[in-house]
Design a protein around this ligand. Sequence first.
Ligand code: NAD
Length: 506
Amino acid sequence: MTQRWEMFIDGGHVGSSEYDDIIDPATEEVVAQVARGDLASADIAVRAARAAHERGEWRSLPPGERADVLQRLVDLMGEDMDRLADLHVAENGSTIRTAIGFHVGYAISNLQYFVDLARRYPFEEGGPTLFYPTAAMGRVRREPIGVCAAIVPWNFPLLLAIWKIGPALAAGNTVVLKTDEKTPLTMLAVAELAHRAGVPAGVFNVITGPGEVVGARLAAHPDVRKVAFTGSTEVGKQVMALAAGNIKRVTLELGGKGPNIVLPDADLEVAIDGSIFAFLLQTGQACESGTRLLVHSSIHDDFVAGLVKRAQDVIVGDPKDHDTDVGPLISAEQRQRVLDYIELGVKEGATLVLGGEQLRGAGYETGFWVEPTVFTDVTNDMRIAREEIFGPVLCVLRYDTIDEAVRIANDTEYGLSAGVWSRDIATAMEVAERLESGTVWINDWHMVSCEYPFGGYKQSGLGRELGPGSLDEYTEQKFIHVDLAGERENHIFDVVLSTPPAEDGR
Ligand code: NAD
Protein backbone atom coordinates (compact mmCIF):
# COMPACT_ATOMS: atom_id res chain seq x y z
CA MET A 1 0.00 0.00 0.00
CA THR A 2 1.16 3.51 -0.77
CA GLN A 3 2.76 5.13 2.25
CA ARG A 4 0.77 7.91 3.90
CA TRP A 5 2.63 10.93 5.20
CA GLU A 6 1.35 13.44 7.70
CA MET A 7 2.37 17.00 8.48
CA PHE A 8 4.82 17.61 11.31
CA ILE A 9 3.51 20.13 13.84
CA ASP A 10 4.50 20.73 17.45
CA GLY A 11 6.77 17.70 17.60
CA GLY A 12 4.26 15.19 16.22
CA HIS A 13 2.45 13.97 13.14
CA VAL A 14 -0.79 15.64 12.14
CA GLY A 15 -3.09 14.14 9.53
CA SER A 16 -5.89 15.59 7.50
CA SER A 17 -9.27 14.59 6.18
CA GLU A 18 -7.85 14.74 2.66
CA TYR A 19 -4.71 13.23 1.17
CA ASP A 20 -2.98 14.15 -2.11
CA ASP A 21 -1.12 11.78 -4.38
CA ILE A 22 2.56 12.51 -4.88
CA ILE A 23 3.50 11.54 -8.43
CA ASP A 24 6.90 10.35 -9.64
CA PRO A 25 7.55 12.64 -12.66
CA ALA A 26 9.37 9.86 -14.53
CA THR A 27 6.96 6.99 -14.00
CA GLU A 28 3.73 8.82 -13.15
CA GLU A 29 3.32 6.31 -10.29
CA VAL A 30 1.86 7.41 -6.99
CA VAL A 31 4.86 7.25 -4.64
CA ALA A 32 3.09 8.53 -1.52
CA GLN A 33 -0.02 10.16 -0.23
CA VAL A 34 0.36 13.30 1.80
CA ALA A 35 -2.04 15.00 4.18
CA ARG A 36 -3.42 18.16 2.62
CA GLY A 37 -3.02 21.10 4.96
CA ASP A 38 -5.61 23.87 5.11
CA LEU A 39 -6.18 27.17 6.88
CA ALA A 40 -6.60 25.41 10.21
CA SER A 41 -3.27 23.56 9.79
CA ALA A 42 -1.51 26.86 9.11
CA ASP A 43 -3.07 28.42 12.20
CA ILE A 44 -2.27 25.41 14.41
CA ALA A 45 1.34 25.38 13.23
CA VAL A 46 1.75 29.13 13.80
CA ARG A 47 0.22 28.79 17.25
CA ALA A 48 2.67 26.00 18.10
CA ALA A 49 5.60 28.04 16.78
CA ARG A 50 4.49 31.11 18.70
CA ALA A 51 4.07 29.14 21.92
CA ALA A 52 7.53 27.62 21.46
CA HIS A 53 8.98 31.08 20.89
CA GLU A 54 7.30 32.37 24.03
CA ARG A 55 8.47 29.42 26.14
CA GLY A 56 11.92 30.49 25.02
CA GLU A 57 13.65 27.14 25.39
CA TRP A 58 15.19 27.47 21.92
CA ARG A 59 15.92 31.17 21.70
CA SER A 60 17.44 31.31 25.18
CA LEU A 61 19.83 28.42 24.56
CA PRO A 62 23.39 29.67 24.18
CA PRO A 63 24.04 29.89 20.40
CA GLY A 64 26.70 27.20 20.65
CA GLU A 65 24.20 24.76 22.17
CA ARG A 66 21.67 25.50 19.44
CA ALA A 67 24.46 24.87 16.97
CA ASP A 68 25.16 21.52 18.68
CA VAL A 69 21.55 20.44 18.11
CA LEU A 70 21.66 21.54 14.48
CA GLN A 71 24.99 19.75 14.09
CA ARG A 72 23.20 16.54 15.09
CA LEU A 73 20.67 17.28 12.34
CA VAL A 74 23.53 17.67 9.84
CA ASP A 75 24.92 14.32 10.97
CA LEU A 76 21.54 12.57 10.80
CA MET A 77 20.92 13.95 7.31
CA GLY A 78 24.35 12.66 6.31
CA GLU A 79 23.52 9.19 7.64
CA ASP A 80 20.18 9.31 5.80
CA MET A 81 21.59 10.72 2.59
CA ASP A 82 20.68 7.79 0.35
CA ARG A 83 17.07 7.72 1.55
CA LEU A 84 16.74 11.49 1.17
CA ALA A 85 18.21 11.31 -2.33
CA ASP A 86 15.79 8.52 -3.32
CA LEU A 87 12.84 10.51 -1.96
CA HIS A 88 14.06 13.56 -3.86
CA VAL A 89 14.28 11.69 -7.16
CA ALA A 90 10.87 10.13 -6.61
CA GLU A 91 9.01 13.37 -5.92
CA ASN A 92 11.00 15.85 -7.99
CA GLY A 93 12.42 13.90 -10.94
CA SER A 94 15.96 15.18 -10.41
CA THR A 95 18.60 12.77 -11.63
CA ILE A 96 20.16 10.63 -8.93
CA ARG A 97 23.51 12.26 -9.71
CA THR A 98 22.18 15.74 -8.98
CA ALA A 99 20.14 14.46 -6.04
CA ILE A 100 23.20 13.03 -4.28
CA GLY A 101 25.78 15.63 -5.27
CA PHE A 102 23.68 18.71 -5.34
CA HIS A 103 20.18 18.68 -3.87
CA VAL A 104 20.99 16.58 -0.80
CA GLY A 105 24.78 16.73 -0.54
CA TYR A 106 24.86 20.46 -1.02
CA ALA A 107 21.90 21.02 1.31
CA ILE A 108 23.78 19.18 4.07
CA SER A 109 26.97 21.15 3.50
CA ASN A 110 24.98 24.41 3.45
CA LEU A 111 23.36 23.51 6.77
CA GLN A 112 26.86 22.80 8.09
CA TYR A 113 27.84 26.30 6.96
CA PHE A 114 24.95 27.86 8.92
CA VAL A 115 25.88 25.81 12.00
CA ASP A 116 29.49 26.98 11.80
CA LEU A 117 28.36 30.54 11.16
CA ALA A 118 26.14 30.48 14.24
CA ARG A 119 29.12 29.55 16.41
CA ARG A 120 30.99 32.71 15.42
CA TYR A 121 28.05 35.03 14.78
CA PRO A 122 28.11 38.27 16.83
CA PHE A 123 24.84 37.67 18.71
CA GLU A 124 26.01 40.29 21.15
CA GLU A 125 28.89 42.68 20.82
CA GLY A 126 30.10 45.92 22.19
CA GLY A 127 30.35 49.02 20.07
CA PRO A 128 32.50 52.11 20.48
CA THR A 129 32.53 53.72 23.92
CA LEU A 130 30.61 56.98 23.90
CA PHE A 131 32.03 60.05 25.62
CA TYR A 132 29.49 62.75 24.93
CA PRO A 133 27.51 63.99 26.77
CA THR A 134 28.36 61.33 29.37
CA ALA A 135 30.54 58.25 29.21
CA ALA A 136 28.45 55.36 27.98
CA MET A 137 28.84 51.85 26.71
CA GLY A 138 26.94 50.57 23.68
CA ARG A 139 25.95 46.96 23.11
CA VAL A 140 24.31 45.52 20.04
CA ARG A 141 22.29 42.35 20.44
CA ARG A 142 20.96 40.36 17.53
CA GLU A 143 17.79 38.71 18.70
CA PRO A 144 15.54 36.21 16.93
CA ILE A 145 12.58 37.78 15.14
CA GLY A 146 10.03 35.24 16.35
CA VAL A 147 7.87 33.00 14.18
CA CYS A 148 9.30 32.77 10.67
CA ALA A 149 7.38 31.31 7.73
CA ALA A 150 9.27 29.66 4.89
CA ILE A 151 7.51 28.95 1.60
CA VAL A 152 9.40 26.94 -1.01
CA PRO A 153 8.80 25.73 -4.58
CA TRP A 154 9.13 22.26 -6.08
CA ASN A 155 12.30 22.62 -8.13
CA PHE A 156 14.78 22.60 -5.22
CA PRO A 157 12.50 21.52 -2.37
CA LEU A 158 15.24 20.55 0.06
CA LEU A 159 18.05 23.00 -0.68
CA LEU A 160 15.85 26.10 -0.72
CA ALA A 161 14.20 25.04 2.52
CA ILE A 162 17.60 24.58 4.19
CA TRP A 163 18.60 28.10 3.08
CA LYS A 164 15.71 29.37 5.18
CA ILE A 165 15.40 27.04 8.14
CA GLY A 166 19.19 26.83 8.63
CA PRO A 167 19.77 30.51 9.46
CA ALA A 168 16.30 30.92 11.02
CA LEU A 169 16.84 28.11 13.54
CA ALA A 170 20.50 28.94 14.10
CA ALA A 171 19.44 32.47 15.06
CA GLY A 172 16.91 31.14 17.60
CA ASN A 173 13.64 31.63 15.72
CA THR A 174 10.79 29.18 15.42
CA VAL A 175 9.73 28.14 11.93
CA VAL A 176 6.70 27.03 9.96
CA LEU A 177 7.75 25.67 6.57
CA LYS A 178 5.22 25.18 3.80
CA THR A 179 6.37 22.72 1.18
CA ASP A 180 5.18 22.81 -2.40
CA GLU A 181 2.15 20.62 -3.10
CA LYS A 182 4.17 18.38 -5.44
CA THR A 183 7.30 17.91 -3.32
CA PRO A 184 6.65 17.62 0.41
CA LEU A 185 8.46 14.33 1.15
CA THR A 186 12.09 15.30 1.66
CA MET A 187 11.25 18.11 4.06
CA LEU A 188 8.76 15.97 6.00
CA ALA A 189 11.60 13.47 6.39
CA VAL A 190 13.92 16.26 7.55
CA ALA A 191 11.33 17.40 10.12
CA GLU A 192 11.49 13.96 11.74
CA LEU A 193 15.29 14.06 11.72
CA ALA A 194 15.23 17.51 13.35
CA HIS A 195 12.99 16.12 16.06
CA ARG A 196 15.40 13.22 16.61
CA ALA A 197 18.30 15.68 16.69
CA GLY A 198 16.70 17.42 19.66
CA VAL A 199 14.97 20.45 18.13
CA PRO A 200 12.20 21.10 20.68
CA ALA A 201 8.52 20.62 19.84
CA GLY A 202 6.97 23.57 18.01
CA VAL A 203 10.31 25.06 17.00
CA PHE A 204 10.28 23.55 13.52
CA ASN A 205 6.97 22.67 11.86
CA VAL A 206 6.36 21.45 8.33
CA ILE A 207 2.96 21.83 6.72
CA THR A 208 1.53 21.07 3.31
CA GLY A 209 -1.39 22.25 1.24
CA PRO A 210 -2.38 24.61 -1.56
CA GLY A 211 -0.20 27.69 -1.82
CA GLU A 212 -3.05 30.13 -2.35
CA VAL A 213 -4.66 28.89 0.88
CA VAL A 214 -1.92 27.75 3.26
CA GLY A 215 0.96 29.83 1.87
CA ALA A 216 -1.21 32.94 1.69
CA ARG A 217 -2.35 32.40 5.29
CA LEU A 218 1.25 32.22 6.50
CA ALA A 219 2.17 35.33 4.53
CA ALA A 220 -0.74 37.23 6.10
CA HIS A 221 -0.74 35.73 9.60
CA PRO A 222 -0.44 38.40 12.31
CA ASP A 223 1.73 36.16 14.51
CA VAL A 224 4.26 35.47 11.77
CA ARG A 225 7.02 38.08 11.94
CA LYS A 226 9.06 37.12 8.89
CA VAL A 227 8.31 35.37 5.63
CA ALA A 228 11.01 33.93 3.40
CA PHE A 229 9.63 32.96 0.02
CA THR A 230 11.12 31.31 -3.04
CA GLY A 231 8.95 30.95 -6.12
CA SER A 232 7.59 32.87 -9.06
CA THR A 233 7.75 36.65 -9.25
CA GLU A 234 3.97 36.78 -9.61
CA VAL A 235 3.34 34.94 -6.32
CA GLY A 236 6.24 36.79 -4.69
CA LYS A 237 4.37 40.05 -5.24
CA GLN A 238 1.27 38.59 -3.58
CA VAL A 239 3.34 37.39 -0.62
CA MET A 240 4.89 40.82 -0.23
CA ALA A 241 1.47 42.48 -0.30
CA LEU A 242 0.05 40.03 2.25
CA ALA A 243 3.10 40.49 4.47
CA ALA A 244 2.51 44.24 4.62
CA GLY A 245 -0.41 43.73 7.03
CA ASN A 246 1.89 43.48 10.04
CA ILE A 247 5.10 44.79 8.42
CA LYS A 248 6.72 41.36 8.25
CA ARG A 249 10.35 41.07 7.41
CA VAL A 250 10.40 39.69 3.88
CA THR A 251 12.97 37.93 1.75
CA LEU A 252 12.03 36.92 -1.77
CA GLU A 253 13.93 34.71 -4.22
CA LEU A 254 12.05 34.91 -7.50
CA GLY A 255 12.35 34.16 -11.19
CA GLY A 256 15.16 34.75 -13.66
CA LYS A 257 16.04 34.92 -17.34
CA GLY A 258 19.81 34.61 -17.11
CA PRO A 259 21.84 36.25 -19.90
CA ASN A 260 24.93 34.23 -20.77
CA ILE A 261 27.43 36.26 -22.82
CA VAL A 262 30.10 34.53 -24.89
CA LEU A 263 32.88 36.92 -25.89
CA PRO A 264 34.77 36.16 -29.11
CA ASP A 265 37.97 35.21 -27.27
CA ALA A 266 36.28 32.60 -25.05
CA ASP A 267 37.61 29.05 -24.84
CA LEU A 268 34.82 27.73 -27.05
CA GLU A 269 34.96 24.12 -25.87
CA VAL A 270 34.54 25.16 -22.23
CA ALA A 271 31.93 27.80 -23.09
CA ILE A 272 29.86 25.28 -25.06
CA ASP A 273 29.84 22.74 -22.23
CA GLY A 274 29.21 25.49 -19.70
CA SER A 275 26.32 26.93 -21.70
CA ILE A 276 24.66 23.52 -21.97
CA PHE A 277 25.13 22.98 -18.24
CA ALA A 278 23.71 26.48 -17.68
CA PHE A 279 20.38 25.71 -19.37
CA LEU A 280 19.95 21.99 -18.71
CA LEU A 281 20.65 21.51 -14.99
CA GLN A 282 17.43 20.29 -13.36
CA THR A 283 15.89 20.03 -16.85
CA GLY A 284 16.00 23.81 -17.05
CA GLN A 285 13.72 24.18 -14.03
CA ALA A 286 16.17 26.35 -12.14
CA CYS A 287 15.67 30.05 -11.45
CA GLU A 288 19.35 30.80 -12.08
CA SER A 289 19.50 28.96 -15.44
CA GLY A 290 21.32 30.57 -18.34
CA THR A 291 18.45 30.78 -20.80
CA ARG A 292 19.46 33.71 -23.01
CA LEU A 293 22.74 32.87 -24.72
CA LEU A 294 24.32 35.95 -26.30
CA VAL A 295 26.97 34.98 -28.85
CA HIS A 296 29.23 37.38 -30.73
CA SER A 297 28.46 37.44 -34.47
CA SER A 298 32.04 36.49 -35.38
CA ILE A 299 31.77 33.10 -33.65
CA HIS A 300 27.99 32.64 -33.69
CA ASP A 301 27.61 29.97 -36.38
CA ASP A 302 30.53 27.79 -35.24
CA PHE A 303 29.47 28.13 -31.62
CA VAL A 304 25.87 27.13 -32.32
CA ALA A 305 26.98 24.18 -34.48
CA GLY A 306 29.27 22.96 -31.67
CA LEU A 307 26.61 23.48 -29.02
CA VAL A 308 23.94 21.59 -30.95
CA LYS A 309 26.33 18.70 -31.67
CA ARG A 310 27.34 18.47 -28.00
CA ALA A 311 23.75 18.80 -26.72
CA GLN A 312 22.76 15.82 -28.88
CA ASP A 313 24.98 13.64 -26.65
CA VAL A 314 23.01 14.53 -23.54
CA ILE A 315 21.20 11.49 -22.16
CA VAL A 316 17.61 12.27 -21.22
CA GLY A 317 15.85 9.49 -19.36
CA ASP A 318 15.34 7.52 -16.19
CA PRO A 319 16.56 9.79 -13.38
CA LYS A 320 17.39 6.77 -11.20
CA ASP A 321 20.02 5.63 -13.72
CA HIS A 322 23.46 7.02 -12.85
CA ASP A 323 24.23 7.50 -16.57
CA THR A 324 21.31 9.86 -17.09
CA ASP A 325 22.15 13.54 -17.56
CA VAL A 326 18.69 15.10 -17.71
CA GLY A 327 15.45 13.92 -16.15
CA PRO A 328 11.77 14.71 -16.73
CA LEU A 329 9.87 17.89 -16.05
CA ILE A 330 7.95 18.04 -12.80
CA SER A 331 4.42 17.55 -14.15
CA ALA A 332 2.21 17.20 -17.20
CA GLU A 333 1.17 20.82 -16.68
CA GLN A 334 4.79 21.99 -16.77
CA ARG A 335 5.45 19.91 -19.90
CA GLN A 336 2.49 21.57 -21.61
CA ARG A 337 3.70 25.01 -20.56
CA VAL A 338 7.14 24.32 -22.05
CA LEU A 339 5.67 22.89 -25.28
CA ASP A 340 3.40 25.94 -25.58
CA TYR A 341 6.44 28.23 -25.30
CA ILE A 342 8.24 26.21 -27.99
CA GLU A 343 5.24 26.62 -30.30
CA LEU A 344 5.20 30.32 -29.49
CA GLY A 345 8.91 30.64 -30.31
CA VAL A 346 8.32 29.19 -33.77
CA LYS A 347 5.39 31.57 -34.31
CA GLU A 348 7.50 34.52 -33.17
CA GLY A 349 10.00 33.73 -35.93
CA ALA A 350 12.83 32.07 -34.00
CA THR A 351 14.62 29.18 -35.72
CA LEU A 352 14.40 25.81 -34.03
CA VAL A 353 17.81 24.15 -34.39
CA LEU A 354 17.47 21.38 -31.81
CA GLY A 355 14.64 19.44 -30.18
CA GLY A 356 11.27 21.07 -29.76
CA GLU A 357 9.22 17.95 -29.17
CA GLN A 358 7.87 15.85 -26.38
CA LEU A 359 10.01 12.69 -26.13
CA ARG A 360 8.03 9.57 -26.97
CA GLY A 361 8.68 5.88 -27.56
CA ALA A 362 10.71 3.35 -25.61
CA GLY A 363 11.71 4.65 -22.20
CA TYR A 364 9.33 7.59 -22.42
CA GLU A 365 5.96 5.81 -22.26
CA THR A 366 5.34 7.42 -18.90
CA GLY A 367 6.74 10.64 -17.48
CA PHE A 368 6.88 14.29 -18.46
CA TRP A 369 9.55 14.58 -21.15
CA VAL A 370 10.63 17.38 -23.45
CA GLU A 371 13.72 17.26 -25.68
CA PRO A 372 16.56 19.70 -25.01
CA THR A 373 15.59 22.55 -27.30
CA VAL A 374 17.62 25.35 -28.87
CA PHE A 375 16.30 28.38 -30.74
CA THR A 376 18.49 30.72 -32.78
CA ASP A 377 17.55 34.05 -34.43
CA VAL A 378 15.94 35.06 -31.17
CA THR A 379 15.53 38.77 -30.52
CA ASN A 380 15.09 40.18 -27.07
CA ASP A 381 11.58 41.47 -27.74
CA MET A 382 10.23 37.95 -28.27
CA ARG A 383 8.26 36.48 -25.40
CA ILE A 384 10.51 33.40 -25.37
CA ALA A 385 13.39 35.76 -24.58
CA ARG A 386 11.51 37.74 -21.95
CA GLU A 387 9.46 35.21 -20.00
CA GLU A 388 10.64 32.42 -17.75
CA ILE A 389 9.95 29.15 -19.58
CA PHE A 390 11.28 26.87 -16.83
CA GLY A 391 12.20 23.96 -19.07
CA PRO A 392 15.07 22.74 -21.25
CA VAL A 393 14.83 25.59 -23.75
CA LEU A 394 17.71 27.84 -24.80
CA CYS A 395 17.32 31.10 -26.74
CA VAL A 396 20.40 32.16 -28.73
CA LEU A 397 20.78 35.84 -29.56
CA ARG A 398 23.48 37.54 -31.64
CA TYR A 399 25.39 40.67 -30.75
CA ASP A 400 28.14 42.75 -32.37
CA THR A 401 29.60 44.88 -29.59
CA ILE A 402 30.02 44.52 -25.84
CA ASP A 403 27.78 47.56 -25.35
CA GLU A 404 25.04 45.82 -27.30
CA ALA A 405 25.49 42.58 -25.33
CA VAL A 406 25.23 44.45 -22.02
CA ARG A 407 22.18 46.38 -23.21
CA ILE A 408 20.38 43.17 -24.25
CA ALA A 409 21.44 41.39 -21.06
CA ASN A 410 20.03 44.15 -18.86
CA ASP A 411 16.87 44.63 -20.92
CA THR A 412 14.73 42.52 -18.58
CA GLU A 413 12.83 42.92 -15.33
CA TYR A 414 14.75 39.94 -13.97
CA GLY A 415 18.23 40.16 -12.46
CA LEU A 416 19.13 36.92 -10.75
CA SER A 417 22.05 35.41 -12.65
CA ALA A 418 24.31 36.19 -15.59
CA GLY A 419 27.52 34.90 -17.09
CA VAL A 420 30.49 35.93 -19.21
CA TRP A 421 32.86 33.61 -21.06
CA SER A 422 36.27 35.04 -22.00
CA ARG A 423 39.96 34.28 -21.68
CA ASP A 424 40.50 37.96 -20.82
CA ILE A 425 39.51 38.22 -17.16
CA ALA A 426 39.94 42.01 -17.05
CA THR A 427 37.42 42.46 -19.87
CA ALA A 428 35.10 39.86 -18.38
CA MET A 429 35.24 41.71 -15.04
CA GLU A 430 34.32 44.98 -16.77
CA VAL A 431 31.30 43.30 -18.35
CA ALA A 432 30.37 41.68 -15.03
CA GLU A 433 30.35 45.08 -13.33
CA ARG A 434 27.89 46.39 -15.90
CA LEU A 435 25.38 43.55 -15.55
CA GLU A 436 22.31 44.13 -13.37
CA SER A 437 22.37 40.79 -11.66
CA GLY A 438 22.75 39.38 -8.16
CA THR A 439 25.23 36.80 -9.40
CA VAL A 440 27.62 36.90 -12.34
CA TRP A 441 29.71 33.89 -13.21
CA ILE A 442 32.85 34.30 -15.27
CA ASN A 443 33.68 31.10 -17.16
CA ASP A 444 31.23 29.06 -15.08
CA TRP A 445 27.56 28.69 -14.19
CA HIS A 446 25.31 27.49 -11.30
CA MET A 447 28.14 27.95 -8.79
CA VAL A 448 26.02 29.14 -5.90
CA SER A 449 28.32 29.05 -2.92
CA CYS A 450 27.09 29.17 0.66
CA GLU A 451 29.99 31.51 1.52
CA TYR A 452 28.59 34.19 -0.80
CA PRO A 453 25.23 35.98 -0.94
CA PHE A 454 22.62 34.83 -3.45
CA GLY A 455 19.60 36.83 -4.59
CA GLY A 456 18.15 39.02 -7.24
CA TYR A 457 18.24 42.55 -8.61
CA LYS A 458 15.00 44.09 -9.84
CA GLN A 459 12.02 41.71 -9.87
CA SER A 460 14.16 38.65 -9.17
CA GLY A 461 13.95 39.20 -5.47
CA LEU A 462 14.47 41.09 -2.28
CA GLY A 463 17.22 40.46 0.25
CA ARG A 464 19.87 37.77 0.06
CA GLU A 465 20.22 34.20 1.21
CA LEU A 466 23.56 32.53 2.02
CA GLY A 467 26.84 34.25 2.82
CA PRO A 468 28.12 35.67 6.08
CA GLY A 469 25.02 37.89 6.38
CA SER A 470 22.60 34.93 6.34
CA LEU A 471 21.66 35.29 9.99
CA ASP A 472 21.17 39.06 9.65
CA GLU A 473 17.99 38.30 7.70
CA TYR A 474 16.63 36.36 10.71
CA THR A 475 17.56 38.68 13.55
CA GLU A 476 16.50 42.04 14.90
CA GLN A 477 19.24 44.38 16.06
CA LYS A 478 18.82 45.83 19.49
CA PHE A 479 21.04 48.67 20.69
CA ILE A 480 21.49 48.86 24.46
CA HIS A 481 22.92 52.08 25.87
CA VAL A 482 24.49 51.86 29.36
CA ASP A 483 25.36 55.14 31.03
CA LEU A 484 28.69 54.75 32.80
CA ALA A 485 28.95 58.15 34.48
CA GLY A 486 26.26 57.54 37.08
CA GLU A 487 25.90 61.27 37.73
CA ARG A 488 23.30 63.93 37.04
CA GLU A 489 25.88 66.24 35.53
CA ASN A 490 26.28 66.44 31.75
CA HIS A 491 23.17 64.50 30.89
CA ILE A 492 21.10 66.18 28.23
CA PHE A 493 18.01 66.00 30.47
CA ASP A 494 18.24 69.79 30.65
CA VAL A 495 16.89 70.03 27.13
CA VAL A 496 13.60 69.36 28.90
CA LEU A 497 14.44 69.90 32.57
CA SER A 498 16.58 73.01 32.60
CA THR A 499 16.75 73.32 36.41
CA PRO A 500 17.87 70.26 38.37
CA PRO A 501 15.61 69.56 41.36
CA ALA A 502 16.65 71.10 44.66
CA GLU A 503 18.48 68.90 47.19
CA ASP A 504 15.42 68.53 49.39
CA GLY A 505 13.43 67.32 46.37
CA ARG A 506 11.14 70.39 46.09
P1 NAD B 1 5.09 29.37 -7.27
O1 NAD B 1 5.34 30.79 -7.02
O2 NAD B 1 3.88 28.98 -8.00
O3 NAD B 1 5.06 28.54 -5.89
C1 NAD B 1 6.08 28.64 -4.94
C2 NAD B 1 5.51 28.31 -3.56
O4 NAD B 1 4.54 29.29 -3.22
C3 NAD B 1 4.79 26.97 -3.46
O5 NAD B 1 5.01 26.40 -2.19
C4 NAD B 1 3.33 27.36 -3.59
O6 NAD B 1 2.47 26.44 -2.96
C5 NAD B 1 3.30 28.68 -2.86
N1 NAD B 1 2.22 29.58 -3.25
C6 NAD B 1 1.48 29.58 -4.38
N2 NAD B 1 0.57 30.56 -4.35
C7 NAD B 1 0.75 31.22 -3.19
C8 NAD B 1 0.12 32.36 -2.59
N3 NAD B 1 -0.87 33.02 -3.19
N4 NAD B 1 0.57 32.78 -1.40
C9 NAD B 1 1.59 32.14 -0.77
N5 NAD B 1 2.20 31.05 -1.27
C10 NAD B 1 1.79 30.60 -2.48
O7 NAD B 1 6.41 28.88 -7.98
P2 NAD B 1 6.68 27.50 -8.71
O8 NAD B 1 6.14 27.56 -10.08
O9 NAD B 1 6.28 26.39 -7.86
O10 NAD B 1 8.28 27.54 -8.74
C11 NAD B 1 8.98 28.01 -9.80
C12 NAD B 1 9.33 29.47 -9.64
O11 NAD B 1 10.21 29.62 -8.52
C13 NAD B 1 10.09 30.02 -10.81
O12 NAD B 1 9.63 31.30 -11.12
C14 NAD B 1 11.51 30.09 -10.31
O13 NAD B 1 12.33 31.01 -10.98
C15 NAD B 1 11.33 30.42 -8.90
N6 NAD B 1 12.52 30.04 -8.13
C16 NAD B 1 13.35 31.03 -7.68
C17 NAD B 1 14.51 30.70 -6.99
C18 NAD B 1 15.45 31.76 -6.49
O14 NAD B 1 16.27 31.44 -5.63
N7 NAD B 1 15.38 32.99 -6.98
C19 NAD B 1 14.81 29.37 -6.76
C20 NAD B 1 13.95 28.38 -7.24
C21 NAD B 1 12.79 28.76 -7.91
